[in-house]
Design a protein around this ligand. Structure first.
Ligand code: PRP
Length: 218
């Protein structure tokens, strides 16, 4: 960790886009567009603040081990990673979606659950899925995937998937239906605990500015 630099870990896409107004409230402007550049370290209008682009599921890892001082991470990634070593000061109420169970239209999920059948579940979110089905008393065979979960029920790899749903368009386009909502998701500001002590004032200013700019509606 560069000692005097403040490094913020973000993932490309919705989290990056929806964090920009919060950064603006802290007087921070990112000087390059990640959709146009291949750079992984983006400068800002402050010489001592930079943004690093990492995979969404890697944000908690970067912040825990000090590769970044702070980061914006979906609750899904935080639950899967665990929040050890992370100071988690704010629900930013951005990048909202939900984790749900989905199956093929012709798969009778209710019946499978009632009959106590073993369910083959494909997901990237194995911790969330395990806990959910264990609480329901449903036995599952878990298939770990890293993306395009929607394909699993279509190819016979699984009976059900556990995935993020936002508009529902991806499910619809692949003839899948949402049968259970497991939890609502939003993104959180997470901070490295050592950095919070060493760079307290500058980080506090950013945390407070983010807090003042959290969207209130919906
Ligand atoms: C997520 C998720 C679904 C999709 C749902 O993927 O895995 O595929 O969004 O959104 P919708 O309900 O609005 O169609 P994301 O775009 O985050 O990328 P990923 O597949 O790389 O995780």
């Amino acid at each position: 960790m560069s000692s005097n630099m403040i490094t913020l870990a973000l993932s490309k896409g919705r989290i990056f886009e929806e964090t920009l107004p919060l950064l603006a409230a802290a007087g921070i402007e990112v000087l390059e567009d990640p959709e146009k550049s291949r750079k992984l370290i983006l400068p800002t209008n402050h010489a001592d603040v930079r943004v690093v682009l990492v995979r969404a599921s890697d944000v908690p890892t970067y912040v825990e081990y000090g590769g970044a001082d702070m980061g914006v991470s979906g609750k899904d990634s935080l639950i899967e990673h665990g929040t050890q070593g992370l100071y988690q000061p704010l629900d930013l109420r951005i990048a909202k979606c939900r984790v749900s169970v989905a199956v093929r239209k012709d798969f009778d999920y209710e019946r499978a659950v009632k009959q106590g059948s073993r369910l083959k579940v494909a997901t990237k979110y194995t911790s969330i899925a395990r806990e959910f089905f264990a609480a329901k008393g449903v036995h599952v065979d878990m298939v770990k995937l890293y993306g395009s979960m929607e394909l699993a029920p279509l190819t016979g790899l699984a009976d059900a998937i556990v995935d993020l749903v936002s508009t529902g368009n991806t499910l619809k386009a692949n003839h899948l239906v949402e049968v259970e909502r497991i939890m609502d998701i939003s993104s959180y500001l997470v901070v490295n605990q050592a950095a919070l002590k060493l760079k307290r004032e500058r980080l506090r200013r950013i945390i407070d500015a983010f807090a003042s700019a959290i969207p209130q509606s919906s």
